[in-house]
Design a binder for this molecule. Structure first.
Ligand code: RP5
Length: 178
C-alpha cells in the first residue's frame, strides 16, 4: 500500500528567523535614512538584516552579497545610495531577487536627483524598483507587499497599517472641526 501523501504545504508562509529582507546601503552616512526601513520591518515582525555594501569602496563584497542573497534565504533586497548611486543597479545585475532602490539625499548629491536617475535609468531586463528620495519607509512597505504574496499574516498586517494611516487622517479632520 502506498504511504499517505504528504500534507500539502501551508498556503501561508510564516516569516522565519533567518532574514527575508536585506537592507543595504553604500555608506555610514546613509544609515539614518535607511533605519526607517528597518523600523517598518520590525513593526511587521519581518526578519531582516542591515549592513553596508559599497559599490565603489567594497565592490567585491557587493558581488558576493548579491550572488549569495537568494541562497541565504533573502527574498527582497532594499538598497540605498546617494550621489552616483550604483549600488541598487549593480546588485540587481548579480541577482534575480527583486531590488528596491532608495535614492538618498546625501551631502555629495544634487539633492538626491542624481541618485534617483542612477536608479531609474536601468536598462531593460534589469529593473530597480525606485522609491522617492529618502523613501525608505515605502521601500519596506513594498518589500512587505511582495512577501505578502505568499503570507496571509503580512496581508493582514498591511491592511491594519493602511487603516492606521486612514485613522490618523480622520483624527486630524475631527480635530480641525473643533
Ligand atoms: C554613496 O555616496 C553613499 O551611498 C552615500 O550616500 C554617498 C556619500 O557617501 P559618504 O561620502 O558620505 O561616505 O556611495
Amino acid at each position: 500500500m502506498n504511504p499517505a501523501p504528504a500534507a500539502a504545504p501551508a498556503p501561508t508562509e510564516e516569516p522565519r528567523d533567518t532574514p527575508l529582507v536585506g537592507i543595504i546601503m553604500g555608506s555610514q552616512s546613509d544609515i539614518k535614512v535607511m533605519m526607517a526601513a528597518a523600523e517598518l520591518l520590525r513593526q511587521f515582525n519581518i526578519p531582516h538584516e542591515f549592513t553596508l555594501v559599497s559599490a565603489h569602496r567594497t565592490p567585491h563584497r557587493l558581488i558576493e552579497y548579491a550572488e549569495s542573497a537568494r541562497k541565504r534565504g533573502l527574498r527582497v533586497l532594499i538598497a540605498g545610495g546617494g550621489g552616483a548611486a550604483h549600488l541598487p543597479g549593480m546588485v540587481a545585475a548579480f541577482t534575480t531577487l527583486p531590488v528596491i532602490g532608495v535614492p538618498i539625499n546625501s551631502a555629495t548629491s544634487i539633492r538626491g536627483l542624481d541618485s534617483v536617475l542612477s536608479m531609474l535609468q536601468m536598462p531593460a531586463g534589469v529593473p530597480v524598483a525606485t522609491v522617492a528620495i529618502d523613501g525608505a519607509t515605502n521601500a519596506a512597505v513594498l518589500a512587505t507587499q511582495i512577501l505578502g504574496l505568499s503570507n496571509a499574516r503580512l496581508v493582514d498586517a498591511l491592511e491594519k497599517y493602511r487603516t492606521s494611516l486612514k485613522d490618523k487622517v480622520m483624527r486630524t479632520i475631527e480635530e480641525l472641526r473643533k
